[in-house]
Design a protein around this ligand. Structure first.
Ligand code: KG4
Ligand code: ZN
Length: 356
Protein backbone atom coordinates (compact mmCIF):
# COMPACT_ATOMS: atom_id res chain seq x y z
CA UNK A 1 0.00 0.00 0.00
CA UNK A 2 1.39 3.44 -0.95
CA UNK A 3 1.75 6.14 1.69
CA UNK A 4 -1.14 8.04 0.09
CA UNK A 5 -3.36 4.90 0.31
CA UNK A 6 -2.30 4.46 3.94
CA UNK A 7 -3.37 7.99 4.78
CA UNK A 8 -6.73 7.49 3.00
CA UNK A 9 -7.31 4.17 4.82
CA UNK A 10 -6.58 5.63 8.25
CA UNK A 11 -8.85 8.62 7.49
CA UNK A 12 -11.70 6.23 6.73
CA UNK A 13 -11.25 4.11 9.83
CA UNK A 14 -10.17 6.66 12.44
CA UNK A 15 -12.92 7.28 14.97
CA UNK A 16 -14.42 10.68 15.61
CA UNK A 17 -16.54 11.55 18.63
CA UNK A 18 -19.26 14.17 18.73
CA UNK A 19 -21.94 15.65 20.97
CA UNK A 20 -25.62 16.16 20.09
CA UNK A 21 -28.35 18.16 21.81
CA UNK A 22 -32.12 17.67 21.50
CA UNK A 23 -34.34 20.41 22.97
CA UNK A 24 -37.18 20.81 20.46
CA UNK A 25 -40.07 20.29 22.84
CA UNK A 26 -40.20 19.29 26.50
CA UNK A 27 -37.30 16.87 27.03
CA UNK A 28 -33.70 18.02 27.35
CA UNK A 29 -31.28 15.43 26.04
CA UNK A 30 -27.56 15.17 25.29
CA UNK A 31 -25.74 12.25 23.67
CA UNK A 32 -22.13 11.48 22.81
CA UNK A 33 -21.50 9.14 19.88
CA UNK A 34 -18.55 7.87 17.86
CA UNK A 35 -18.02 6.57 14.36
CA UNK A 36 -15.75 6.63 11.33
CA UNK A 37 -16.23 7.21 7.61
CA UNK A 38 -16.18 3.45 7.04
CA UNK A 39 -19.09 2.85 9.46
CA UNK A 40 -22.69 2.87 8.21
CA UNK A 41 -23.97 4.17 11.53
CA UNK A 42 -22.54 5.58 14.75
CA UNK A 43 -22.10 3.93 18.16
CA UNK A 44 -23.80 5.49 21.17
CA UNK A 45 -21.33 6.23 23.99
CA UNK A 46 -23.75 7.96 26.36
CA UNK A 47 -27.26 9.35 26.51
CA UNK A 48 -28.71 11.63 29.13
CA UNK A 49 -32.39 12.69 29.13
CA UNK A 50 -34.08 15.05 31.57
CA UNK A 51 -37.88 14.81 31.32
CA UNK A 52 -40.05 17.86 32.00
CA UNK A 53 -43.23 15.88 32.78
CA UNK A 54 -43.31 17.25 36.35
CA UNK A 55 -43.11 20.83 35.03
CA UNK A 56 -46.13 20.48 32.75
CA UNK A 57 -48.35 17.88 34.43
CA UNK A 58 -50.51 20.44 36.24
CA UNK A 59 -51.35 22.16 32.95
CA UNK A 60 -52.42 19.03 31.01
CA UNK A 61 -50.07 19.98 28.16
CA UNK A 62 -46.75 21.66 27.40
CA UNK A 63 -46.40 25.33 28.36
CA UNK A 64 -43.80 26.73 25.91
CA UNK A 65 -42.24 29.34 28.19
CA UNK A 66 -41.87 26.85 31.05
CA UNK A 67 -40.32 24.37 28.60
CA UNK A 68 -37.68 26.91 27.49
CA UNK A 69 -36.82 27.81 31.08
CA UNK A 70 -36.53 24.15 32.06
CA UNK A 71 -34.16 23.52 29.11
CA UNK A 72 -32.05 26.41 30.34
CA UNK A 73 -31.79 24.81 33.80
CA UNK A 74 -31.35 21.23 32.59
CA UNK A 75 -28.99 21.53 29.67
CA UNK A 76 -25.63 21.92 31.42
CA UNK A 77 -26.29 19.12 34.00
CA UNK A 78 -27.41 16.87 31.13
CA UNK A 79 -24.27 17.71 29.18
CA UNK A 80 -22.01 17.01 32.17
CA UNK A 81 -23.69 13.66 32.69
CA UNK A 82 -23.35 12.62 29.05
CA UNK A 83 -19.69 13.70 28.91
CA UNK A 84 -18.84 11.88 32.16
CA UNK A 85 -20.56 8.67 31.06
CA UNK A 86 -18.78 8.73 27.72
CA UNK A 87 -15.48 9.50 29.48
CA UNK A 88 -14.71 12.44 27.20
CA UNK A 89 -14.27 16.17 27.64
CA UNK A 90 -15.47 18.93 25.32
CA UNK A 91 -12.04 19.47 23.76
CA UNK A 92 -11.92 15.78 22.67
CA UNK A 93 -14.97 16.21 20.43
CA UNK A 94 -14.79 16.51 16.65
CA UNK A 95 -18.09 18.31 15.98
CA UNK A 96 -21.27 19.50 17.64
CA UNK A 97 -24.88 19.06 16.61
CA UNK A 98 -28.41 20.04 17.65
CA UNK A 99 -32.01 19.90 16.49
CA UNK A 100 -32.84 22.92 14.33
CA UNK A 101 -36.45 22.07 13.32
CA UNK A 102 -39.35 21.52 13.79
CA UNK A 103 -40.33 22.38 17.35
CA UNK A 104 -41.10 25.13 19.84
CA UNK A 105 -38.90 28.08 18.92
CA UNK A 106 -37.95 28.96 22.51
CA UNK A 107 -37.01 25.34 23.20
CA UNK A 108 -35.07 24.85 19.97
CA UNK A 109 -33.07 28.03 20.56
CA UNK A 110 -31.59 26.74 23.82
CA UNK A 111 -29.98 23.55 22.46
CA UNK A 112 -29.18 25.03 19.06
CA UNK A 113 -27.41 28.10 20.52
CA UNK A 114 -25.48 25.95 22.98
CA UNK A 115 -24.20 23.54 20.29
CA UNK A 116 -23.33 26.38 17.92
CA UNK A 117 -21.45 28.20 20.68
CA UNK A 118 -19.43 25.06 21.45
CA UNK A 119 -18.60 24.65 17.75
CA UNK A 120 -17.46 28.28 17.64
CA UNK A 121 -15.45 27.99 20.86
CA UNK A 122 -13.60 24.82 19.83
CA UNK A 123 -13.31 25.69 16.12
CA UNK A 124 -15.35 22.63 15.03
CA UNK A 125 -18.19 22.04 12.58
CA UNK A 126 -21.85 22.46 13.56
CA UNK A 127 -24.44 20.00 12.16
CA UNK A 128 -28.13 21.01 12.23
CA UNK A 129 -30.68 18.17 12.41
CA UNK A 130 -34.36 17.65 11.66
CA UNK A 131 -36.30 16.26 14.60
CA UNK A 132 -38.71 14.19 12.51
CA UNK A 133 -36.07 12.67 10.24
CA UNK A 134 -34.07 11.90 13.38
CA UNK A 135 -37.07 10.05 14.86
CA UNK A 136 -37.16 7.99 11.63
CA UNK A 137 -33.43 7.30 11.95
CA UNK A 138 -33.76 6.24 15.60
CA UNK A 139 -34.66 2.79 14.25
CA UNK A 140 -31.23 2.49 12.60
CA UNK A 141 -29.08 3.12 15.68
CA UNK A 142 -29.22 -0.41 17.09
CA UNK A 143 -30.64 -2.37 14.15
CA UNK A 144 -29.71 -3.29 10.60
CA UNK A 145 -32.85 -1.92 8.93
CA UNK A 146 -33.66 -3.52 5.57
CA UNK A 147 -34.53 -0.96 2.88
CA UNK A 148 -36.90 0.24 1.53
CA UNK A 149 -38.68 0.59 4.84
CA UNK A 150 -42.18 1.78 5.63
CA UNK A 151 -41.95 3.92 8.75
CA UNK A 152 -44.77 5.06 10.99
CA UNK A 153 -43.85 8.09 13.11
CA UNK A 154 -46.27 8.52 16.00
CA UNK A 155 -45.38 11.12 18.60
CA UNK A 156 -46.97 13.82 20.74
CA UNK A 157 -46.63 16.46 18.05
CA UNK A 158 -46.56 14.47 14.81
CA UNK A 159 -48.11 11.52 13.05
CA UNK A 160 -46.90 10.65 9.57
CA UNK A 161 -46.05 7.78 7.31
CA UNK A 162 -42.83 7.62 5.29
CA UNK A 163 -41.10 5.44 2.79
CA UNK A 164 -37.38 5.37 3.59
CA UNK A 165 -35.10 4.47 0.69
CA UNK A 166 -31.79 5.39 2.32
CA UNK A 167 -30.66 7.07 5.53
CA UNK A 168 -31.08 10.42 3.81
CA UNK A 169 -34.11 9.82 1.55
CA UNK A 170 -37.50 10.12 3.21
CA UNK A 171 -40.68 10.18 1.13
CA UNK A 172 -43.68 11.39 3.11
CA UNK A 173 -46.78 9.36 2.16
CA UNK A 174 -49.28 10.79 4.62
CA UNK A 175 -49.70 13.04 7.60
CA UNK A 176 -52.33 13.78 10.23
CA UNK A 177 -54.89 16.41 9.31
CA UNK A 178 -55.57 17.41 12.90
CA UNK A 179 -54.22 15.93 16.15
CA UNK A 180 -51.17 13.69 16.37
CA UNK A 181 -51.63 10.15 17.73
CA UNK A 182 -49.81 11.06 20.97
CA UNK A 183 -51.95 14.18 21.28
CA UNK A 184 -55.04 11.96 20.84
CA UNK A 185 -53.80 9.80 23.71
CA UNK A 186 -53.00 12.87 25.85
CA UNK A 187 -56.33 14.62 25.17
CA UNK A 188 -58.26 11.35 25.66
CA UNK A 189 -56.46 10.81 28.97
CA UNK A 190 -57.40 14.32 30.08
CA UNK A 191 -61.09 13.61 29.29
CA UNK A 192 -60.80 10.46 31.40
CA UNK A 193 -59.30 12.42 34.30
CA UNK A 194 -55.77 11.02 33.93
CA UNK A 195 -52.50 12.94 34.22
CA UNK A 196 -49.99 14.13 31.60
CA UNK A 197 -48.46 12.61 29.48
CA UNK A 198 -51.59 10.58 29.02
CA UNK A 199 -50.43 7.80 26.66
CA UNK A 200 -48.87 5.45 29.22
CA UNK A 201 -51.66 6.08 31.78
CA UNK A 202 -54.42 5.48 29.24
CA UNK A 203 -52.70 2.28 28.13
CA UNK A 204 -52.49 1.04 31.75
CA UNK A 205 -56.17 1.90 32.39
CA UNK A 206 -57.31 0.10 29.21
CA UNK A 207 -55.76 -3.13 30.56
CA UNK A 208 -58.25 -3.08 33.45
CA UNK A 209 -61.33 -3.15 31.17
CA UNK A 210 -63.73 -6.09 31.21
CA UNK A 211 -65.01 -5.60 27.76
CA UNK A 212 -68.34 -5.74 25.94
CA UNK A 213 -69.08 -4.02 22.63
CA UNK A 214 -67.18 -0.77 22.88
CA UNK A 215 -66.13 -0.20 19.28
CA UNK A 216 -65.79 3.39 18.09
CA UNK A 217 -67.00 4.28 14.58
CA UNK A 218 -64.10 3.80 12.10
CA UNK A 219 -62.23 6.92 10.95
CA UNK A 220 -62.53 7.85 7.31
CA UNK A 221 -59.87 10.07 5.76
CA UNK A 222 -58.33 10.05 2.28
CA UNK A 223 -55.21 8.23 1.09
CA UNK A 224 -52.48 7.77 3.73
CA UNK A 225 -53.56 10.70 5.88
CA UNK A 226 -54.73 10.38 9.48
CA UNK A 227 -57.35 12.09 11.63
CA UNK A 228 -57.92 11.68 15.35
CA UNK A 229 -60.15 14.60 16.32
CA UNK A 230 -63.40 12.69 15.56
CA UNK A 231 -62.38 9.94 17.97
CA UNK A 232 -61.70 12.50 20.67
CA UNK A 233 -65.20 14.04 20.16
CA UNK A 234 -66.76 10.56 20.33
CA UNK A 235 -64.87 9.86 23.54
CA UNK A 236 -66.06 13.16 24.99
CA UNK A 237 -69.70 12.27 24.14
CA UNK A 238 -69.31 8.87 25.81
CA UNK A 239 -67.72 10.38 28.92
CA UNK A 240 -70.63 12.82 29.23
CA UNK A 241 -73.22 10.04 28.76
CA UNK A 242 -71.88 8.43 31.98
CA UNK A 243 -72.92 5.01 30.61
CA UNK A 244 -69.42 3.52 30.59
CA UNK A 245 -66.64 2.75 33.04
CA UNK A 246 -63.46 4.78 32.46
CA UNK A 247 -61.44 1.61 31.85
CA UNK A 248 -63.91 0.54 29.12
CA UNK A 249 -63.68 3.97 27.52
CA UNK A 250 -59.87 3.81 27.60
CA UNK A 251 -59.99 0.34 26.04
CA UNK A 252 -62.34 1.34 23.20
CA UNK A 253 -60.51 4.60 22.52
CA UNK A 254 -57.04 2.99 22.42
CA UNK A 255 -58.35 0.29 20.08
CA UNK A 256 -59.87 2.93 17.80
CA UNK A 257 -56.57 4.85 17.57
CA UNK A 258 -54.66 1.65 16.81
CA UNK A 259 -57.31 0.45 14.28
CA UNK A 260 -56.97 3.71 12.38
CA UNK A 261 -53.17 3.48 12.28
CA UNK A 262 -53.40 -0.17 11.16
CA UNK A 263 -55.87 0.65 8.35
CA UNK A 264 -53.39 3.14 6.87
CA UNK A 265 -50.42 0.80 7.32
CA UNK A 266 -52.33 -1.98 5.56
CA UNK A 267 -53.11 0.25 2.62
CA UNK A 268 -49.50 1.46 2.41
CA UNK A 269 -48.23 -2.13 2.43
CA UNK A 270 -50.69 -3.09 -0.32
CA UNK A 271 -49.39 -0.28 -2.49
CA UNK A 272 -45.67 -0.68 -1.70
CA UNK A 273 -44.97 -4.37 -2.22
CA UNK A 274 -41.18 -3.86 -2.35
CA UNK A 275 -41.05 -2.87 1.32
CA UNK A 276 -38.48 -4.98 3.24
CA UNK A 277 -39.15 -3.73 6.75
CA UNK A 278 -41.53 -1.73 8.91
CA UNK A 279 -40.29 0.80 11.46
CA UNK A 280 -42.36 2.15 14.32
CA UNK A 281 -40.88 5.29 15.92
CA UNK A 282 -41.84 8.23 18.18
CA UNK A 283 -43.23 8.28 21.72
CA UNK A 284 -46.43 6.34 20.92
CA UNK A 285 -44.29 3.46 19.61
CA UNK A 286 -43.95 2.55 23.30
CA UNK A 287 -47.58 1.40 23.21
CA UNK A 288 -47.68 -2.40 23.50
CA UNK A 289 -50.99 -2.93 21.65
CA UNK A 290 -49.70 -0.88 18.72
CA UNK A 291 -46.47 -2.90 18.52
CA UNK A 292 -48.34 -6.21 18.70
CA UNK A 293 -50.93 -5.29 16.07
CA UNK A 294 -48.25 -3.96 13.73
CA UNK A 295 -46.28 -7.17 14.11
CA UNK A 296 -49.34 -9.23 13.12
CA UNK A 297 -49.84 -7.01 10.08
CA UNK A 298 -46.16 -7.39 9.15
CA UNK A 299 -46.49 -11.14 9.33
CA UNK A 300 -49.62 -11.20 7.18
CA UNK A 301 -47.76 -9.29 4.44
CA UNK A 302 -44.67 -11.48 4.71
CA UNK A 303 -42.43 -8.48 5.53
CA UNK A 304 -39.17 -9.62 7.15
CA UNK A 305 -38.63 -7.11 9.90
CA UNK A 306 -40.49 -4.93 12.39
CA UNK A 307 -38.10 -2.48 13.99
CA UNK A 308 -39.13 -0.60 17.14
CA UNK A 309 -36.32 1.18 18.96
CA UNK A 310 -36.03 0.47 22.69
CA UNK A 311 -38.38 2.71 24.75
CA UNK A 312 -35.75 5.37 25.66
CA UNK A 313 -35.06 5.84 21.95
CA UNK A 314 -38.78 6.17 21.06
CA UNK A 315 -39.47 9.34 23.05
CA UNK A 316 -37.45 12.47 22.33
CA UNK A 317 -33.72 11.88 22.79
CA UNK A 318 -30.38 13.13 21.50
CA UNK A 319 -29.18 9.66 20.36
CA UNK A 320 -31.55 9.84 17.38
CA UNK A 321 -30.17 13.30 16.56
CA UNK A 322 -26.78 11.60 16.63
CA UNK A 323 -27.78 9.23 13.82
CA UNK A 324 -28.76 12.03 11.46
CA UNK A 325 -25.76 14.13 12.55
CA UNK A 326 -23.51 11.19 11.57
CA UNK A 327 -25.13 10.83 8.13
CA UNK A 328 -24.73 14.58 7.56
CA UNK A 329 -21.13 14.57 8.81
CA UNK A 330 -20.27 11.81 6.32
CA UNK A 331 -21.86 13.89 3.57
CA UNK A 332 -20.07 17.06 4.77
CA UNK A 333 -23.48 18.63 5.19
CA UNK A 334 -22.45 21.28 7.73
CA UNK A 335 -24.79 24.06 8.77
CA UNK A 336 -22.32 26.85 9.52
CA UNK A 337 -22.57 29.27 12.39
CA UNK A 338 -25.35 31.33 10.80
CA UNK A 339 -27.70 28.33 11.13
CA UNK A 340 -31.21 29.26 12.34
CA UNK A 341 -34.10 27.35 13.91
CA UNK A 342 -37.59 26.82 12.49
CA UNK A 343 -40.89 25.79 14.04
CA UNK A 344 -41.82 23.81 10.91
CA UNK A 345 -40.05 21.18 8.83
CA UNK A 346 -39.55 23.67 6.02
CA UNK A 347 -36.09 25.27 5.82
CA UNK A 348 -35.90 28.66 7.62
CA UNK A 349 -37.05 31.62 5.49
CA UNK A 350 -34.25 33.41 3.65
CA UNK A 351 -33.87 36.86 5.16
CA UNK A 352 -33.14 39.99 3.20
CA UNK A 353 -29.75 41.55 3.85
CA UNK A 354 -29.83 43.93 6.81
CA UNK A 355 -33.11 42.45 8.09
CA UNK A 356 -32.89 41.57 11.75
O1 KG4 B 1 -41.84 11.48 20.68
P1 KG4 B 1 -42.32 12.11 21.95
O2 KG4 B 1 -41.42 12.03 23.14
O3 KG4 B 1 -42.61 13.64 21.79
C1 KG4 B 1 -42.81 14.33 20.60
O4 KG4 B 1 -41.86 14.50 19.81
O5 KG4 B 1 -43.97 14.73 20.42
O6 KG4 B 1 -43.75 11.48 22.28
C2 KG4 B 1 -44.50 11.80 23.42
C3 KG4 B 1 -45.88 11.22 23.23
C4 KG4 B 1 -46.88 11.70 24.27
O7 KG4 B 1 -48.04 12.15 23.61
C5 KG4 B 1 -47.18 10.43 25.10
O8 KG4 B 1 -48.47 10.40 25.64
C6 KG4 B 1 -46.98 9.35 24.05
O9 KG4 B 1 -45.85 9.78 23.31
N1 KG4 B 1 -46.74 8.03 24.65
C7 KG4 B 1 -47.60 6.99 24.57
C8 KG4 B 1 -47.04 5.94 25.33
N2 KG4 B 1 -45.86 6.36 25.85
C9 KG4 B 1 -45.69 7.65 25.42
N3 KG4 B 1 -48.76 6.87 23.93
C10 KG4 B 1 -49.41 5.69 24.03
N4 KG4 B 1 -48.96 4.63 24.76
C11 KG4 B 1 -47.78 4.72 25.41
N5 KG4 B 1 -47.33 3.69 26.13
ZN1 ZN C 1 -40.41 13.83 18.98
Amino acid sequence: MSEQQNVEQSKRTSKIRYLCIESSCDDTSVAVLEGSHSDSKPRLLSLSVQSQDAVHENYGGIVPELASRAHLRNLIPCMEKALNEAGVSLEDLDFFSATAKPGLIGSLLIGHSAAKTLAFLYGKEFVACDHLESHLLSAFLENEVKLPSLSLLVSGGHTSLYLIRSMSEFEKLGVTRDDAAGEAFDKGAKLLGLGFPGGPQLEALAKKAVVGDLAFPPVSVEAFDFSFSGLKSELSRRVQSKKFKVSELAFGYQNAIVDHLMAKMKRALEENRDVQSICLVGGVARNKLLRERLDLLRESFGVDQLVCPRPELCTDNAAMIGVQAFVKWKQKDFAGLSSDVSSTSRPPLKRRKNAD
